[in-house]
Design a protein around this ligand. Structure first.
Ligand SMILES: C=C(O[C@@H]1C=C(C(=O)O)C=C[C@H]1O)C(=O)O
Length: 356
């Protein structure tokens, strides 16, 4: 046994030495990139370039390593290289252990500084004021729809969207003891309670449901009180040493949440991008149809259409529209120029690489 393993492990050691050498060669080049950027005051984090690197390695990957795994490794390599230029600070809806934190690491890797915030408002404030270089905020969930507070703040603040992240959201029911004995209250963020309502109605119809600021906060509360159960990610459960009563209790097994990376960075085209807009039209027949006509004329596909009341006391709405392509793509630019003329309100929230 050992005789057979020895030469294989020797091979791995030799390969690791080469990998280590190559990683440091890459890091030195990244440092040089950092110096060039510092001279020109160019931004350190370049989401379009990172998206291209990740798409490239997955495309070229000969296997047997899986494409996703290769991307995860390169995400961390780039994060480590980027941190030699500058460690970016990213604000998110904390505490740690939330899905927002998972989204942060999926976008930036782990060589960053994190700034957990108590509310979505605070994430926007940190990103707007520059306390953080970027913020990560939830935009929509595949079962529950839009996160309204985020939509309102995207409209109201000067931040732009520089990237998007989509993550699978699996909720677990967890307690201090790992059982539901003596549990009187189930705590979670209101979105998580909504995403697990069929399960809760079926199994725990008489247990009180209490909405708290985040699932991470629910996990913290459960860790201090055996009469409280939390719905949260298993990551949060591990952090607060909770026992799993039941894993994957979300009603939709394919439940996903999409997050926006916000800040002041206008991302360049990556070759596969989305553009987010907010629009409004005068309240008259055919106005929405006319508003969107230029998209069809110029062959721009719409990937999302969401409305929010304008909250000015009349039946008027803001429309949140995502389209395929980048504002610098000629056909998108032409479509948006025409669309702007039909709109009573027009704001480009940003163009950014499509999430992996
Ligand atoms: C090295 C660069 O800086 C950062 C690090 C990258 C990398 O390690 O590949 C890519 C983009 C930037 O976020 C660069 O801009 O090329």
């Amino acid at each position: 046994m050992t005789d057979k393993l020895k030469p294989l492990r020797d091979q791995i050691d030799a390969i690791d030495a080469q990998i280590l050498d190559l990683l440091n060669q890459r890091a030195k080049v990244a440092q040089e990139v950092g110096h060039v950027k510092a001279e020109t005051r160019a931004p350190v984090f370049r989401p379009e370039r990172e998206a291209q690197v990740l798409r490239g390695v997955a495309e070229r990957n000969p296997g047997p390593m899986g494409g996703r795994e290769v991307q995860t490794i390169f995400r961390e390599i780039m994060s480590a290289c980027r941190s030699l230029e500058k460690r970016v600070t990213v604000a998110y809806l904390g505490p740690s252990g939330t899905f927002s934190e998972q989204a942060v690491f999926q976008q930036f890797g782990s060589a960053i500084e994190t700034l957990p915030c108590v509310s979505i408002d605070e994430v926007f404030r940190a990103a707007e004021a520059g306390t953080a270089d970027f913020g990560v905020v939830p935009v929509e969930n595949s079962s529950e729809g839009a996160i309204n507070r985020t939509l309102d703040l995207l409209l109201a603040t000067t931040t732009v969207i520089s990237g998007e992240v989509s993550i699978a959201v699996h909720h677990s029911l967890m307690t201090k003891t790992g059982t539901m004995d003596g549990v009187k209250i189930v705590c979670a963020h209101s979105q998580a309670l909504a995403q697990c309502q069929v399960y809760l109605n079926l199994h725990y119809p008489h247990v009180e449901r209490r909405a708290v600021a985040s699932n991470g906060e629910a996990a913290r509360l459960a860790s201090e009180d055996a009469s409280i159960a939390a719905i949260a990610s298993e990551m949060a459960g591990e952090q607060y040493r909770l026992g799993v009563v039941q894993a994957h209790i979300q009603d939709d097994p394919h439940n996903r949440t999409r997050f926006a990376v916000i800040g002041h960075l206008h991302t360049n085209p990556s070759g596969d991008d989305h553009t987010s807009l907010v629009l409004a039209v005068p309240n008259k027949a055919g106005a929405v149809y006319n508003l969107l006509a230029p998209l069809a004329t110029h062959g721009v596909s719409m990937t999302r259409f969401e409305s929010r009341p304008a909250r000015i006391g009349t039946w008027e709405y803001y429309f949140y529209v995502d389209v395929e392509g980048h504002v610098q793509d000629a056909h998108v630019a032409r479509a948006l120029e025409e669309l702007k003329h039909n709109a009573a309100f027009f704001k480009i929230l940003g163009s950014y690489p499509v999430s992996l």
